[in-house]
Ligand binder design. Structure first.
Ligand SMILES: *Cc1c(COP(=O)(O)O)cnc(C)c1O
Length: 379
């Protein structure tokens, strides 16, 4: 028998009460029963987002939420400034291209956070309808300072919308859509929300809702205005992912029970203990500036084939982590610690990593990582 441990930066482990809620017999969605559950869910989402207005639920993976932002907020031929610091930044560019929106790319060296002076200089150069960015760039472990970026945009280009992919940030560390003056914030179900993939969430500011009136990009399934009209009445335009939403209701109440401050503290503790373990093993953290607490990105040590690390951790230890994406595919590996994860999961990941590196011939102090993680977790 081998026990499996899902410690990737998405999908993340699903708690038992959530699985249970999703396994209940199906019921019809055009009923007062569904509407009553959806009313609770909408309240829970507003709590999670810390907002006073509609968080729209879509039946899609997170990318659908990103696409909805581009197709509802922008118009064909308009320019959007895309902060591209990794695979998910590139996704914004590709979505723009699919809709005829012109991406003006601000490249960021992978593993670094965007320099705000560079961002301001770009914004001053030309008329950008929006800035498209990740709060946490999951492919590199970096986070961008969204609060300062929002302030900078308001200073140099106040008509530009700030559209944030917060898919591995919301429910991990502080993101304040209203307080920071953000315009669109997207998340997905399979990261911090402790659910299987299949739901995306989008919140828009009043300015962004006004912009949806002017957008001329085609949209049908992801028409946010049509969804808002339905969802204000606690129903959805199309058939909702009923079972996932029943799981969502339970996941949100688990998060509310823990409290946002405690959720942030837990992720910070998991991030710190993982990082200290990695460094004690003589490995280097890939992320250079601001480190997102959702995952730890590690440089593959010299002499080791990068893909062997996640592959062997999976086959020998049943521990799922992630390799690098794109150009980073054999240069880094990424340990996820977001969502339904605690300190013991970090110990499992570090222990499996030590076993794996030992078997691959890497020379290091054999239990230094696990000792450092335990020391950090015990505080
Ligand atoms: C997971 C993730 C996404 C969404 O990807 P899907 O596969 O469509 O769910 C988007 N952006 C970031 C930063 C992510 O981590």
């Amino acid at each position: 028998m081998k026990k499996n441990h899902l410690l990737a930066p998405g999908p993340t482990p699903v708690p038992h009460p959530v699985l249970e809620a999703m396994s209940k017999p199906l019921f019809h969605h055009r009923t007062s029963e569904f509407e009553s559950h959806f009313a609770d869910i909408r309240d829970g989402l507003e709590w999670l987002y810390q907002v006073k207005s509609d968080v729209i639920t879509l039946a899609s993976s997170g990318t659908g939420g990103m696409e909805a932002c581009v197709s509802n907020l922008l118009s064909v031929g308009e320019k959007a400034l895309v902060v591209e610091g990794g695979k998910f930044g590139e996704r914004w560019t590709e979505i723009c291209q699919a809709y005829g929106v012109i991406p003006d790319i601000l490249p960021v060296v992978p593993g670094h956070s965007v320099n705000i002076i560079d961002l301001e200089a770009k914004l001053i150069e030309g008329k950008h309808s929006a800035v498209l960015i990740q709060a946490s760039e999951t492919s590199t472990g970096s986070k961008h300072d969204i609060e300062s970026i929002s302030r900078a945009i308001k200073k140099v280009s106040p008509d530009t919308l700030l559209v944030v992919d917060a898919i591995t940030a919301l429910g991990v560390y502080e993101v304040q859509p209203e307080k920071w003056g953000l315009d669109a914030v997207v998340t997905g179900s399979q990261k911090a929300l402790m659910l299987p993939p299949g739901l995306a969430f989008v919140w828009l500011s009043d300015n962004a809702w006004n912009r949806t009136e002017k957008s001329n990009c085609p949209s049908y399934y992801f028409n946010l205005q049509i969804e808002r009209k339905s969802q204000k009445k606690n129903t959805t335009a199309w058939t909702p992912a009923i079972s996932l939403m029943m799981g969502l209701k339970v996941a949100l109440s688990m998060m509310q029970e823990e409290g946002l401050e405690n959720i942030y503290k837990r992720h910070a503790r998991l991030s710190k203990s993982t990082r200290e373990a990695i460094q004690s093993m003589g490995l280097d953290i890939f992320t250079k500036d601001l480190i997102a607490e959702c995952l730890t990105a590690v440089e593959v040590p010299e002499g080791i084939n990068g893909k062997d690390i996640p592959n062997k951790m999976q086959s020998d230890c049943g521990v799922t982590i992630a390799g690098g994406q794109g150009d980073l595919s054999d240069k880094i590996f990424r340990i996820g610690h977001l969502g339904y994860v605690d300190g013991d999961d970090v110990l499992i990941a570090v222990s499996a990593l030590e076993k794996t590196l030992f078997s691959l011939g890497f020379k290091f102090d054999k239990s230094a990582g696990i000792a450092a993680a335990q020391r950090s977790l015990l505080g």
